[in-house]
Design a protein around this ligand. Structure first.
Ligand SMILES: NC(=O)c1ccc[n+]([C@@H]2O[C@H](COP(=O)([O-])OP(=O)(O)OC[C@H]3O[C@@H](n4cnc5c(N)ncnc54)[C@H](O)[C@@H]3O)[C@@H](O)[C@H]2O)c1
Length: 430
């Protein structure tokens, strides 16, 4: 197939590279000139395990190209994938302006039948809205089909999530278009859900809303564990063995972040509101998530009589492990609160320091080595569950820290072990 992918961010780039690797001819389009320049040179603008290798291979083998101008590409495309951002608008709803701009841009050059596939996360009804825009732009009804094919990849494992999906959702009113898109995924999975466009759009939001709910639920259990002396890790293990519950997304901590859950929960609440329904559970989920960061900050405050001039080491700035993405990371709230309280911050993250510099207060000091960050500090705060923080040299940590205190927002260690080694260890519900 000849495929155009519009938007080469986390989702679009992975989509373009993986479809090329499956044997399609793919062109990735982006308005970001710097991004396209890098991509043409085989350099990935984002960190994603396995992505650079596949990018280079498919560029070399001629199946993958990149451009800032898509009009020529669209003339030879069978399928146009849209994977532009749909960020949160001021009122919590999804901002569709990038999507609308993209559609208007290619509408004028559609001169043969194309399937327009939306991969961006969009409010229920957006597919039908796109149809209206295309008709308004004088694209003939028989020259296009609109399909919703929401993406479920996770940053940090995006390439393998794409190549080995648990399910693929394809929604459209056009059966032929559904079958064409299904054929693209046939090498990857048997679990292809063919449905109507509105349900496909809703599956994405409902999935993210449910996952966020699981996180806020276990975080509230953790908060109660803190008060009654139970250990949330034991509790989650005991719950997770029940197959109706499952053991995923039951790690208590400082809450969810990233470019999806925060905006998608708010957008789903907004979708409900516009349809005349208050999504009460999800409203609480959002509130609990905001509060969780505050609770962590309160734990840090409680550890000191005064935060002013305390030297605090931070491990982890990204919203999760294995990504350089810091969008909506809890670190973006917690660190400014610490700075405001007069603490001196020394932060380390394996790969997201450059991204963090753009968003964190200028007072923050960045250190390029995890252990060096600890030297003479009054405590260590862990904000991201990076694998490299899980297996550490506790002896060295104790030697470097001025006070052997770890306040762990990701519950990486066992309290008893740390106690035996002479640390003060404070987690979330453990
Ligand atoms: N990041 C994830 O983990 C993830 C997972 C599933 C779904 N999603 C959804 O996928 C969509 C994209 O997310 P992302 O994280 O890849 O976003 P992103 O911000 O990383 O990338 C979006 C890209 O689109 C480009 N763009 C914007 N307008 C354009 C236009 N008119 N023409 C061409 N390019 C344009 C931007 O320059 C940017 O490179 C969102 O709706 C998001 O909710 C994201």
């Amino acid at each position: 197939m000849n495929i155009t992918v519009i938007g080469t961010g986390y989702v679009g780039l992975v989509t373009a590279v993986c479809f090329a690797d499956l044997g399609n001819r793919v062109i990735g389009i982006d308005v970001d000139i710097e991004k396209i320049k890098k991509l043409k040179n085989g350099e990935s603008p984002i960190y994603e395990p396995g992505l650079t290798e596949l990018l280079k291979k498919n560029l070399r083998e001629g199946r993958l190209t990149f451009a800032t101008n898509s009009k020529e590409a669209i003339k030879t495309s069978d399928i146009i994938y849209i994977a532009v951002g749909t960020p949160q608008d001021e009122d919590g709803s999804a901002d569709l302006s990038y999507l609308i701009t993209a559609v208007r841009y290619f509408a004028s050059v559609i001169d043969h039948k194309v399937i327009i596939v939306n991969k961006s996360t969009v409010p229920v009804g957006t597919g039908n809205y796109l149809k209206k825009i295309l008709l308004k732009e004088n694209v003939s009804e028989n020259l296009f089909a609109v399909v919703s094919n929401p993406e479920f990849l996770k940053e940090g494992t995006a390439v393998s999530d794409f190549m080995y999906p648990e399910r693929v959702v394809i929604g459209s009113e056009d059966r032929d278009a559904i079958e064409s898109i299904a054929r693209l995924y046939e090498p990857l999975t048997k679990n292809i859900i063919k449905t109507d466009i509105l349900s496909a759009e809703m599956i994405k939001y409902a999935s993210n809303g449910f996952l966020a709910t699981k996180i806020s639920f276990i975080n509230e259990i953790a908060n109660i564990c803190d008060r009654v002396g139970a250990n949330v890790r034991e509790v989650a293990y005991g719950m997770g063995l029940d197959s109706r519950i499952g053991d995923k997304f039951l790690n208590a901590g400082i809450g969810y972040g990233g470019s999806c859950f925060p905006k998608d929960t708010l957008a789903l609440i907004d979708i409900g509101k516009k349809a005349g329904y208050d999504f009460q559970i999800l409203e609480s989920v959002v509130r609990v998530n905001e509060n969780q960061k505050r609770l962590f900050f309160e734990k840090v405050k409680a550890n000191f009589t005064e935060l002013k001039n305390k030297n605090i080491a931070i491990w982890g700035l990204a919203f999760k492990d294995n990504t350089d993405d810091i969008r909506e990371s809890p670190a973006l709230n917690i660190i400014p609160w610490l700075v405001e309280a007069g603490a001196n911050i020394y932060a380390y993250d394996p790969i997201s320091i450059e991204n963090a510099k753009r968003l964190l207060p200028e007072e923050v000091n960045y250190i390029n080595d995890a252990y060096d960050t600890l030297k003479d500090k009054d405590c260590l705060l862990i904000l991201t569950d990076w694998k490299e923080f899980k297996q550490v040299d506790f002896k060295k940590m104790k030697e470097y820290l001025k006070a052997p205190t770890i306040i762990d927002g990701r519950n990486l260690y066992k309290k008893d072990d740390l106690k035996k080694l002479g640390f003060t260890y404070i987690g979330m519900g453990i």
